[in-house]
Write a protein that binds this ligand. Structure first.
Ligand SMILES: C[S@@+](CC[C@H](N)C(=O)[O-])C[C@H]1O[C@@H](n2cnc3c(N)ncnc32)[C@H](O)[C@@H]1O
Length: 365
Protein backbone atom coordinates (compact mmCIF):
# COMPACT_ATOMS: atom_id res chain seq x y z
CA UNK A 1 0.00 0.00 0.00
CA UNK A 2 1.24 3.47 -0.83
CA UNK A 3 1.19 5.25 2.53
CA UNK A 4 1.84 8.67 1.01
CA UNK A 5 -1.52 8.45 -0.72
CA UNK A 6 -3.55 7.39 2.29
CA UNK A 7 -1.89 9.24 5.16
CA UNK A 8 -3.94 12.15 6.49
CA UNK A 9 -2.67 15.59 5.53
CA UNK A 10 -1.43 16.38 9.04
CA UNK A 11 0.77 13.26 9.23
CA UNK A 12 3.77 15.19 7.89
CA UNK A 13 3.25 18.23 10.08
CA UNK A 14 6.42 19.48 11.76
CA UNK A 15 6.72 19.21 15.54
CA UNK A 16 5.04 22.04 17.38
CA UNK A 17 7.32 24.69 18.84
CA UNK A 18 5.50 25.56 22.09
CA UNK A 19 6.98 29.08 22.35
CA UNK A 20 5.98 29.88 18.81
CA UNK A 21 2.50 28.45 19.41
CA UNK A 22 1.97 30.61 22.50
CA UNK A 23 3.25 33.72 20.73
CA UNK A 24 0.90 33.11 17.81
CA UNK A 25 -2.02 32.44 20.13
CA UNK A 26 -1.30 35.74 21.88
CA UNK A 27 -1.27 37.48 18.54
CA UNK A 28 -4.63 36.06 17.48
CA UNK A 29 -6.20 36.93 20.85
CA UNK A 30 -4.94 40.50 20.30
CA UNK A 31 -6.58 40.53 16.89
CA UNK A 32 -9.82 39.10 18.25
CA UNK A 33 -9.98 41.71 20.99
CA UNK A 34 -9.18 44.44 18.42
CA UNK A 35 -12.26 43.40 16.47
CA UNK A 36 -14.36 43.86 19.65
CA UNK A 37 -12.78 47.31 20.04
CA UNK A 38 -14.20 48.20 16.62
CA UNK A 39 -17.72 47.53 17.88
CA UNK A 40 -17.03 49.71 20.93
CA UNK A 41 -15.68 52.53 18.73
CA UNK A 42 -18.82 52.43 16.64
CA UNK A 43 -20.99 52.68 19.78
CA UNK A 44 -18.91 55.57 21.09
CA UNK A 45 -19.13 57.42 17.80
CA UNK A 46 -22.81 56.87 17.14
CA UNK A 47 -23.90 57.64 20.71
CA UNK A 48 -21.77 60.78 20.85
CA UNK A 49 -19.73 59.47 23.78
CA UNK A 50 -16.38 60.52 22.34
CA UNK A 51 -17.80 63.94 21.50
CA UNK A 52 -19.04 64.30 25.08
CA UNK A 53 -15.62 63.44 26.44
CA UNK A 54 -13.59 65.57 23.99
CA UNK A 55 -12.20 68.71 25.60
CA UNK A 56 -14.19 68.14 28.81
CA UNK A 57 -11.39 66.99 31.10
CA UNK A 58 -12.04 64.21 33.61
CA UNK A 59 -15.74 63.31 34.00
CA UNK A 60 -17.62 60.72 36.03
CA UNK A 61 -19.62 58.02 34.26
CA UNK A 62 -22.81 59.69 35.59
CA UNK A 63 -21.84 63.02 34.04
CA UNK A 64 -20.92 61.41 30.70
CA UNK A 65 -24.19 59.44 30.67
CA UNK A 66 -26.18 62.56 31.52
CA UNK A 67 -24.48 64.73 28.87
CA UNK A 68 -24.87 62.11 26.16
CA UNK A 69 -28.41 61.08 27.07
CA UNK A 70 -27.50 57.44 27.72
CA UNK A 71 -28.03 54.96 30.57
CA UNK A 72 -25.19 55.20 33.10
CA UNK A 73 -24.66 51.46 33.61
CA UNK A 74 -24.09 50.88 29.91
CA UNK A 75 -21.89 53.94 29.62
CA UNK A 76 -19.75 52.83 32.56
CA UNK A 77 -19.17 49.40 31.06
CA UNK A 78 -18.29 50.97 27.70
CA UNK A 79 -15.92 53.41 29.44
CA UNK A 80 -14.18 50.54 31.22
CA UNK A 81 -13.76 48.73 27.90
CA UNK A 82 -12.12 51.89 26.53
CA UNK A 83 -9.83 52.11 29.56
CA UNK A 84 -8.85 48.46 29.04
CA UNK A 85 -7.88 49.19 25.45
CA UNK A 86 -5.99 52.40 26.29
CA UNK A 87 -8.31 54.74 24.38
CA UNK A 88 -9.61 56.52 27.49
CA UNK A 89 -7.75 57.34 30.72
CA UNK A 90 -9.16 56.44 34.12
CA UNK A 91 -8.35 58.41 37.28
CA UNK A 92 -8.97 56.04 40.22
CA UNK A 93 -8.77 58.75 42.92
CA UNK A 94 -11.77 60.62 41.46
CA UNK A 95 -13.35 57.68 39.55
CA UNK A 96 -13.33 59.85 36.44
CA UNK A 97 -12.64 59.21 32.78
CA UNK A 98 -10.75 61.40 30.33
CA UNK A 99 -10.18 61.43 26.57
CA UNK A 100 -6.73 62.96 25.91
CA UNK A 101 -6.67 65.59 23.12
CA UNK A 102 -4.46 63.36 20.92
CA UNK A 103 -7.09 60.60 21.13
CA UNK A 104 -9.89 63.11 20.53
CA UNK A 105 -8.23 64.08 17.23
CA UNK A 106 -8.56 60.47 16.08
CA UNK A 107 -11.87 59.48 17.70
CA UNK A 108 -13.98 62.60 18.27
CA UNK A 109 -13.08 65.51 16.00
CA UNK A 110 -15.04 65.00 12.78
CA UNK A 111 -13.02 67.69 11.00
CA UNK A 112 -9.60 66.34 11.95
CA UNK A 113 -7.57 64.85 9.07
CA UNK A 114 -6.73 62.05 11.51
CA UNK A 115 -10.37 61.24 12.35
CA UNK A 116 -10.56 57.47 12.06
CA UNK A 117 -13.71 56.51 13.98
CA UNK A 118 -16.00 55.97 10.93
CA UNK A 119 -13.45 53.67 9.29
CA UNK A 120 -14.85 50.75 11.34
CA UNK A 121 -18.00 50.99 9.23
CA UNK A 122 -16.01 49.28 6.47
CA UNK A 123 -15.35 45.99 8.32
CA UNK A 124 -18.95 46.19 9.60
CA UNK A 125 -20.16 46.09 6.00
CA UNK A 126 -17.69 43.29 5.22
CA UNK A 127 -19.27 41.15 7.95
CA UNK A 128 -22.80 42.00 6.83
CA UNK A 129 -21.98 41.06 3.23
CA UNK A 130 -20.02 37.93 4.05
CA UNK A 131 -22.55 35.44 2.61
CA UNK A 132 -22.11 37.04 -0.80
CA UNK A 133 -18.33 36.98 -0.46
CA UNK A 134 -18.44 33.26 0.41
CA UNK A 135 -20.51 32.67 -2.70
CA UNK A 136 -18.13 34.46 -5.08
CA UNK A 137 -15.11 32.73 -3.58
CA UNK A 138 -16.73 29.49 -4.80
CA UNK A 139 -17.99 30.73 -8.16
CA UNK A 140 -15.25 33.22 -9.06
CA UNK A 141 -17.92 35.77 -9.93
CA UNK A 142 -17.98 39.36 -8.72
CA UNK A 143 -19.86 41.69 -6.35
CA UNK A 144 -20.37 45.23 -7.68
CA UNK A 145 -19.55 48.18 -5.44
CA UNK A 146 -23.28 49.08 -5.49
CA UNK A 147 -24.33 45.73 -3.94
CA UNK A 148 -22.81 46.28 -0.51
CA UNK A 149 -24.36 47.28 2.77
CA UNK A 150 -24.84 51.04 3.10
CA UNK A 151 -22.30 51.16 5.92
CA UNK A 152 -19.51 50.63 3.39
CA UNK A 153 -20.18 53.92 1.59
CA UNK A 154 -20.50 55.91 4.82
CA UNK A 155 -17.27 54.45 6.15
CA UNK A 156 -15.24 54.88 2.97
CA UNK A 157 -16.58 58.35 2.32
CA UNK A 158 -15.96 59.67 5.85
CA UNK A 159 -12.52 58.09 6.02
CA UNK A 160 -11.35 59.43 2.66
CA UNK A 161 -12.89 62.85 3.12
CA UNK A 162 -10.70 63.62 6.11
CA UNK A 163 -7.63 61.95 4.70
CA UNK A 164 -7.91 64.02 1.49
CA UNK A 165 -8.66 67.14 3.47
CA UNK A 166 -5.35 66.96 5.26
CA UNK A 167 -3.21 65.90 2.32
CA UNK A 168 -4.57 66.25 -1.20
CA UNK A 169 -4.07 69.96 -1.80
CA UNK A 170 -1.27 70.79 0.66
CA UNK A 171 0.91 67.70 0.17
CA UNK A 172 0.10 65.41 -2.73
CA UNK A 173 -0.71 67.86 -5.49
CA UNK A 174 2.55 69.83 -5.09
CA UNK A 175 4.45 66.55 -5.67
CA UNK A 176 3.29 66.63 -9.31
CA UNK A 177 5.34 68.98 -11.42
CA UNK A 178 3.40 72.12 -12.38
CA UNK A 179 0.03 70.68 -11.28
CA UNK A 180 -0.92 73.37 -8.77
CA UNK A 181 0.06 76.19 -11.18
CA UNK A 182 -2.02 74.66 -13.91
CA UNK A 183 -5.06 74.37 -11.65
CA UNK A 184 -4.57 77.88 -10.33
CA UNK A 185 -4.55 79.25 -13.87
CA UNK A 186 -7.73 77.35 -14.80
CA UNK A 187 -7.82 73.74 -15.95
CA UNK A 188 -10.32 71.11 -16.92
CA UNK A 189 -10.12 68.16 -14.55
CA UNK A 190 -11.72 64.71 -14.56
CA UNK A 191 -12.00 62.86 -11.22
CA UNK A 192 -12.65 59.28 -12.32
CA UNK A 193 -14.21 56.93 -9.74
CA UNK A 194 -14.94 60.03 -7.66
CA UNK A 195 -17.22 58.29 -5.13
CA UNK A 196 -18.91 60.87 -2.90
CA UNK A 197 -16.89 63.61 -4.60
CA UNK A 198 -14.82 64.69 -1.61
CA UNK A 199 -11.60 64.90 -3.64
CA UNK A 200 -13.37 66.76 -6.46
CA UNK A 201 -14.87 69.27 -4.02
CA UNK A 202 -11.59 69.90 -2.20
CA UNK A 203 -9.91 70.66 -5.52
CA UNK A 204 -12.81 72.88 -6.60
CA UNK A 205 -12.57 74.81 -3.33
CA UNK A 206 -8.83 75.32 -3.73
CA UNK A 207 -8.82 76.21 -7.44
CA UNK A 208 -11.83 78.38 -8.31
CA UNK A 209 -10.69 79.01 -11.90
CA UNK A 210 -10.75 75.33 -12.80
CA UNK A 211 -13.70 73.13 -13.77
CA UNK A 212 -14.15 69.65 -12.31
CA UNK A 213 -15.99 66.63 -13.70
CA UNK A 214 -16.58 63.69 -11.35
CA UNK A 215 -17.40 60.30 -12.89
CA UNK A 216 -18.46 57.12 -11.13
CA UNK A 217 -20.58 54.08 -11.99
CA UNK A 218 -22.28 54.06 -8.57
CA UNK A 219 -25.48 56.11 -8.73
CA UNK A 220 -25.77 56.52 -4.97
CA UNK A 221 -22.26 57.96 -4.77
CA UNK A 222 -22.89 60.42 -7.59
CA UNK A 223 -26.12 61.58 -5.91
CA UNK A 224 -24.17 62.10 -2.66
CA UNK A 225 -21.40 63.94 -4.56
CA UNK A 226 -23.91 66.38 -6.05
CA UNK A 227 -25.38 67.09 -2.62
CA UNK A 228 -21.92 67.51 -1.11
CA UNK A 229 -20.95 69.98 -3.86
CA UNK A 230 -24.05 72.08 -3.19
CA UNK A 231 -23.36 72.04 0.56
CA UNK A 232 -19.74 73.12 -0.07
CA UNK A 233 -20.83 75.94 -2.38
CA UNK A 234 -18.92 74.61 -5.42
CA UNK A 235 -21.84 73.25 -7.49
CA UNK A 236 -21.25 75.87 -10.20
CA UNK A 237 -17.77 74.57 -11.03
CA UNK A 238 -18.33 70.85 -10.46
CA UNK A 239 -20.37 68.38 -12.43
CA UNK A 240 -21.01 64.75 -11.46
CA UNK A 241 -22.08 62.06 -13.92
CA UNK A 242 -22.89 58.37 -13.60
CA UNK A 243 -20.62 56.77 -16.17
CA UNK A 244 -17.75 54.34 -16.35
CA UNK A 245 -14.03 55.03 -16.53
CA UNK A 246 -14.10 53.89 -20.17
CA UNK A 247 -17.07 56.00 -21.30
CA UNK A 248 -16.91 59.56 -19.96
CA UNK A 249 -16.87 62.43 -22.48
CA UNK A 250 -13.61 62.95 -24.31
CA UNK A 251 -12.51 66.27 -22.85
CA UNK A 252 -9.69 67.01 -23.46
CA UNK A 253 -8.73 67.28 -19.79
CA UNK A 254 -5.62 68.95 -18.42
CA UNK A 255 -5.65 66.54 -15.52
CA UNK A 256 -7.31 63.17 -15.02
CA UNK A 257 -7.42 61.77 -11.48
CA UNK A 258 -7.84 58.20 -10.28
CA UNK A 259 -8.06 58.40 -6.51
CA UNK A 260 -8.03 55.00 -4.84
CA UNK A 261 -10.17 53.43 -7.55
CA UNK A 262 -7.96 52.19 -10.40
CA UNK A 263 -7.37 48.80 -8.77
CA UNK A 264 -11.13 48.47 -8.17
CA UNK A 265 -11.88 48.61 -11.86
CA UNK A 266 -12.50 45.51 -13.92
CA UNK A 267 -10.41 46.86 -16.77
CA UNK A 268 -7.74 49.25 -15.47
CA UNK A 269 -5.87 49.09 -18.78
CA UNK A 270 -9.10 50.02 -20.60
CA UNK A 271 -9.63 52.90 -18.13
CA UNK A 272 -6.05 54.10 -18.65
CA UNK A 273 -6.46 53.77 -22.43
CA UNK A 274 -9.56 55.97 -22.28
CA UNK A 275 -7.63 58.45 -20.14
CA UNK A 276 -4.85 58.45 -22.76
CA UNK A 277 -7.43 59.32 -25.43
CA UNK A 278 -8.96 62.08 -23.27
CA UNK A 279 -5.86 63.76 -21.83
CA UNK A 280 -4.38 66.91 -23.37
CA UNK A 281 -0.93 66.21 -24.86
CA UNK A 282 0.67 68.37 -22.14
CA UNK A 283 -1.72 67.08 -19.47
CA UNK A 284 -1.10 64.70 -16.58
CA UNK A 285 -2.77 61.83 -14.82
CA UNK A 286 -2.69 61.82 -11.03
CA UNK A 287 -3.13 58.43 -9.41
CA UNK A 288 -3.49 57.66 -5.74
CA UNK A 289 -3.24 54.00 -4.86
CA UNK A 290 -2.78 52.20 -1.56
CA UNK A 291 0.90 51.99 -0.57
CA UNK A 292 2.31 48.65 -1.68
CA UNK A 293 5.58 47.09 -2.73
CA UNK A 294 5.89 44.90 -5.77
CA UNK A 295 6.60 41.64 -3.94
CA UNK A 296 4.01 40.01 -1.71
CA UNK A 297 6.65 39.19 0.91
CA UNK A 298 7.26 42.91 1.36
CA UNK A 299 3.57 43.73 1.83
CA UNK A 300 3.26 42.77 5.47
CA UNK A 301 2.25 44.64 8.63
CA UNK A 302 -0.81 46.49 9.80
CA UNK A 303 -1.36 48.68 6.73
CA UNK A 304 -0.95 45.84 4.25
CA UNK A 305 -3.25 43.53 6.16
CA UNK A 306 -5.88 46.26 6.18
CA UNK A 307 -5.53 46.70 2.42
CA UNK A 308 -5.38 43.00 1.60
CA UNK A 309 -8.54 42.47 3.70
CA UNK A 310 -10.40 45.22 1.86
CA UNK A 311 -9.02 43.98 -1.43
CA UNK A 312 -10.26 40.43 -0.79
CA UNK A 313 -13.77 41.40 0.32
CA UNK A 314 -14.38 44.58 -1.73
CA UNK A 315 -11.89 45.54 -4.44
CA UNK A 316 -11.35 42.19 -6.18
CA UNK A 317 -15.08 41.31 -6.04
CA UNK A 318 -15.98 44.66 -7.62
CA UNK A 319 -13.34 44.27 -10.30
CA UNK A 320 -14.60 40.74 -11.07
CA UNK A 321 -18.11 42.17 -11.50
CA UNK A 322 -16.96 44.37 -14.41
CA UNK A 323 -15.82 43.72 -17.97
CA UNK A 324 -12.39 41.97 -18.10
CA UNK A 325 -12.39 41.41 -14.30
CA UNK A 326 -8.64 41.75 -13.92
CA UNK A 327 -8.75 42.06 -10.11
CA UNK A 328 -5.50 43.98 -9.88
CA UNK A 329 -5.90 44.10 -6.09
CA UNK A 330 -5.26 46.90 -3.61
CA UNK A 331 -1.62 45.82 -3.14
CA UNK A 332 -0.60 45.82 -6.80
CA UNK A 333 2.61 47.82 -6.27
CA UNK A 334 4.33 50.35 -8.57
CA UNK A 335 5.62 47.89 -11.20
CA UNK A 336 2.18 46.52 -12.05
CA UNK A 337 0.66 50.01 -12.00
CA UNK A 338 3.38 51.24 -14.35
CA UNK A 339 2.61 48.36 -16.69
CA UNK A 340 -1.10 49.34 -16.77
CA UNK A 341 -0.21 52.84 -18.00
CA UNK A 342 2.49 51.66 -20.39
CA UNK A 343 0.04 49.27 -22.02
CA UNK A 344 -2.38 52.20 -22.37
CA UNK A 345 0.21 54.22 -24.31
CA UNK A 346 1.55 56.56 -21.61
CA UNK A 347 5.31 57.07 -21.75
CA UNK A 348 6.15 58.74 -18.44
CA UNK A 349 5.40 57.25 -15.02
CA UNK A 350 6.88 58.06 -11.66
CA UNK A 351 6.13 57.60 -7.99
CA UNK A 352 5.87 61.27 -7.05
CA UNK A 353 5.45 60.64 -3.34
CA UNK A 354 4.65 57.93 -0.86
CA UNK A 355 3.47 57.88 2.75
CA UNK A 356 2.55 55.00 5.07
CA UNK A 357 -0.89 54.73 3.42
CA UNK A 358 -0.58 55.95 -0.17
CA UNK A 359 1.38 55.94 -3.38
CA UNK A 360 1.02 59.19 -5.36
CA UNK A 361 1.78 58.61 -9.02
CA UNK A 362 2.37 61.04 -11.86
CA UNK A 363 1.67 59.72 -15.36
CA UNK A 364 2.07 61.66 -18.60
CA UNK A 365 1.56 60.97 -22.30
C1 LIG B 1 -12.76 52.95 -2.96
S1 LIG B 1 -13.90 53.94 -3.82
C2 LIG B 1 -13.00 55.46 -3.94
C3 LIG B 1 -13.90 56.64 -4.20
C4 LIG B 1 -13.22 57.99 -4.27
N1 LIG B 1 -12.28 58.10 -5.37
C5 LIG B 1 -12.53 58.32 -2.98
O1 LIG B 1 -11.30 58.24 -2.94
O2 LIG B 1 -13.23 58.64 -1.99
C6 LIG B 1 -13.82 53.32 -5.49
C7 LIG B 1 -14.81 53.99 -6.42
O3 LIG B 1 -14.54 53.58 -7.76
C8 LIG B 1 -15.78 53.47 -8.43
N2 LIG B 1 -15.61 52.61 -9.60
C9 LIG B 1 -15.30 51.31 -9.63
N3 LIG B 1 -15.22 50.86 -10.91
C10 LIG B 1 -15.47 51.92 -11.70
C11 LIG B 1 -15.50 52.11 -13.11
N4 LIG B 1 -15.26 51.11 -13.94
N5 LIG B 1 -15.78 53.35 -13.60
C12 LIG B 1 -16.01 54.38 -12.75
N6 LIG B 1 -16.01 54.26 -11.41
C13 LIG B 1 -15.73 53.05 -10.88
C14 LIG B 1 -16.70 52.87 -7.36
O4 LIG B 1 -18.07 53.02 -7.68
C15 LIG B 1 -16.26 53.64 -6.13
O5 LIG B 1 -17.00 54.82 -5.95
Amino acid sequence: MNTTQTAPAHAHAAAIDETRLQAFLGRTVDDLSASYVGVMVSLGRRLGLYRTLAGSGPLSSHEIAHRSGCAERYVREWLNSQVATGYILYHPSSATYELPPEHAAVLADEESPLYLAPAWEVPASMWLDQERTLEVFRTGEGVPWSAHNERLYCGVSAFYRNCYKGQLVPQWLPALEGAADRLRAGARVADVGCGHGHSTILLAEAFPRSRFHGFDTHEGSIAAARENAVAAGVAARTEFTVTSAKDYPAGPYDMICFFDCLHDMGDPVGAATHARACIAEDGMVMVIEPLAHDAVENNVGSISRLYYGASTALCCPHSRSEEVGLALGAQAGPARLREVFQRAGFTRFRVAQENPFNLILEVRP
